[in-house]
Write a protein that binds this ligand. Structure first.
Ligand code: 13P
Length: 254
């Protein structure tokens, strides 16, 4: 059985190099007994610190976003090459907070994936509806996001370097009781898998790992993992504290 994959999206919760370093060194020690693959996504200012502190361990490091441009006059942007130079081998793309705060369009998300892949980065592509619709319209939202991000990618989109994270916007930043219901998660995972198979071809589409994110902590992780049929988690708030994060890793044992 493959180990669950747990991606820690620190958002702006971890601010200082000394805090990031302490977390990373502590995680490295605790990971010897953990049963999950871990990726840490600090803000870009903390990437070099986290990369250095996790060197020699199985922990991988991710950017939280990247520019849709590869280089040139784009003030404030961070390119795939810059992320790589700072030690990242993964990157989160299309997070709902980027779609909301930075108005990232579907086209930008698509360009970011291509740029990340050209630089050799593994992409965690976030998809998620803002609200559930009793008539099921949220399914077409997810399908639309997947198609615009991945369809007709030719050689630019590397299916082997994609992980999809289902993060319903309404479940982000709440408490565990407000996370998605495991049965609803399972249904959505089947739907996403079917869409990935349609877009990328069955043999590759069904192999793409699907994560869940949105109010995950140690109290709901086991059930979501088992009942949701997911490969792991993309964790926000609970990933920024070493105790709550390692507790999630501990309960992730299938
Ligand atoms: P929370 O775990 O804080 O709900 O955030 C989820 C998320 O957005 C991870 O990318």
């Amino acid at each position: 059985m493959k180990k669950p994959l747990v991606v820690a999206n620190w958002k702006m919760y971890v601010e200082k190099p000394e805090t990031a370093k302490k977390f990373a060194l502590s995680l490295k020690r605790k990971l010897r007994t953990a049963s999950a693959d871990v990726v840490l996504a600090p803000s870009s200012t903390l990437l070099p610190t986290v990369s250095l502190a996790t060197k020699g361990s199985s922990v991988r490091v991710a950017g939280q976003t990247l520019s849709a441009y590869t280089d040139g006059p784009h003030t404030g942007d961070v390119s795939a090459t810059m992320l790589k130079a700072a030690g990242a081998t993964w990157v989160i793309v299309g997070h709902s907070e980027r779609r909301r705060d930075a108005h990232e369009s579907q086209e930008a998300v698509r360009a970011q994936i291509e740029s990340a892949h050209e630089a050799g980065l593994v992409v965690v592509l976030c998809v998620g509806e803002t609200e559930r619709d009793p008539a099921g319209a949220h399914f077409s939202v997810i399908a639309g996001q997947l198609v615009s991000a991945l369809a007709n990618g030719g050689t630019k989109i590397l299916a082997k370097k994609i992980v999809v994270a289902y993060e319903p916007v309404w479940a982000i930043g709440k408490n565990a009781a407000e996370a998605v219901h495991p049965a609803d998660l399972r249904e959505m995972v089947i739907f996403i898998r079917k869409n990935l198979a349609d877009i990328l071809g069955r043999s590759v589409g069904v192999k793409i790992p699907i994560l869940y994110g949105g109010s995950v902590d140690a109290s709901n992780a086991t059930e979501l993992l088992k009942e949701g049929d997911i490969a792991g988690f993309l964790v926000g708030r609970a990933s920024a504290d070493i105790d709550s994060f390692t507790e999630i890793l501990r309960v992730c044992k299938k």
